[in-house]
Design a protein around this ligand. Structure first.
Ligand code: CTP
Ligand code: MG
Length: 228
């Protein structure tokens, strides 16, 4: 069964505040997106990668990814992350109708260890139609109202933070996106709305999402000496 990884990389990176789109920002000697694609291919279980690029920078992204050859395709992304995922998914299915497993992996989680990627793929192959990597929550989490007043304290032991890649049976992900009406940042959430089960596997602290300048400093400190 063919495994395709979709990499939404079309965001502007407003919270990072760099003059170029976040996926193209260099960290540890290469753009985030290049590290992300390397990591997916290094896992050894991904046959094809489809990247959704900022629509006005497709050429730049194609250039940045030229080292990978035809294993990596680039499409223009959309207005919202979910649009970018959908556009990449359409491309994947058009090019490879035999696709069975689809990973959706944020370019911003560019140092995700290969074992996390393999763990997700293995779980989908073993029969789970939707799989997400998660970590336990260290902080207590409060739910607040619009005035910032606490309305609930969920039991921390049952909370998880969610990482990527998220893995799906291709038909389920297509159904999930077909019934999507408002933008979402979490593909598994769409699957939940269909009433389908979502399984979890172990995530990893190194799969952190680079969102702010602080995260960039952390990533640089963690990975600049590493073999990447
Ligand atoms: N993304 C995308 N298309 C969009 C918006 C986001 O492909 N229209 C991608 C981003 O490039 C990123 C991933 O989705 O790899 C996760 O989004 P996020 O971390 O929020 O990145 P940005 O949207 O670029 O950042 P910000 O929200 O700070 O602008
Ligand atoms: Mg965003």
């Amino acid at each position: 069964a063919r495994v395709v990884a979709l990499v939404p990389a079309a965001g502007r990176g407003v919270r990072l505040g760099a003059p170029i789109p976040k996926a193209l920002v260099p960290v540890c000697g290469a753009p985030l997106l290049v590290h992300a694609v390397r990591g997916l291919l290094a896992a050894g279980c991904v046959d094809q990668v489809v990247v959704a690029a900022p629509p006005d920078m497709v050429d730049v992204v194609v250039d940045a990814l030229s080292e990978f050859g035809p294993t990596v395709r680039v499409v223009p992304g959309g207005e919202e992350r979910s649009d970018s995922v959908r556009l990449a998914l359409d491309e994947a299915v058009a090019v490879h109708p035999d696709t069975r497993v689809v990973l959706v992996h944020d370019a911003a989680r560019c140092f995700t260890p290969p074992e996390v990627i393999r763990g997700v793929v293995d779980a989908v192959r073993a029969g789970a139609p939707a799989v997400i990597p998660v970590l336990p929550v260290a902080d207590t989490v409060k739910q607040v109202d619009s005035e910032g007043r606490v309305v609930a304290t969920p039991d921390r032991s049952r909370l998880r933070v969610v990482q990527t890649p998220q893995g799906f049976d291709v038909d389920l992900l297509r159904r999930a996106h077909d019934q999507q009406d408002a933008p979402v940042t979490d593909d598994a959430g769409l699957v939940e709305r269909l009433g389908e089960p979502v399984a979890t596997v172990a995530g990893h602290p190194h799969a952190l999402k680079i969102t702010t300048p602080f995260d960039l400093v952390v990533a640089e400190a963690l990975f600049s000496g590493a073999e990447l």
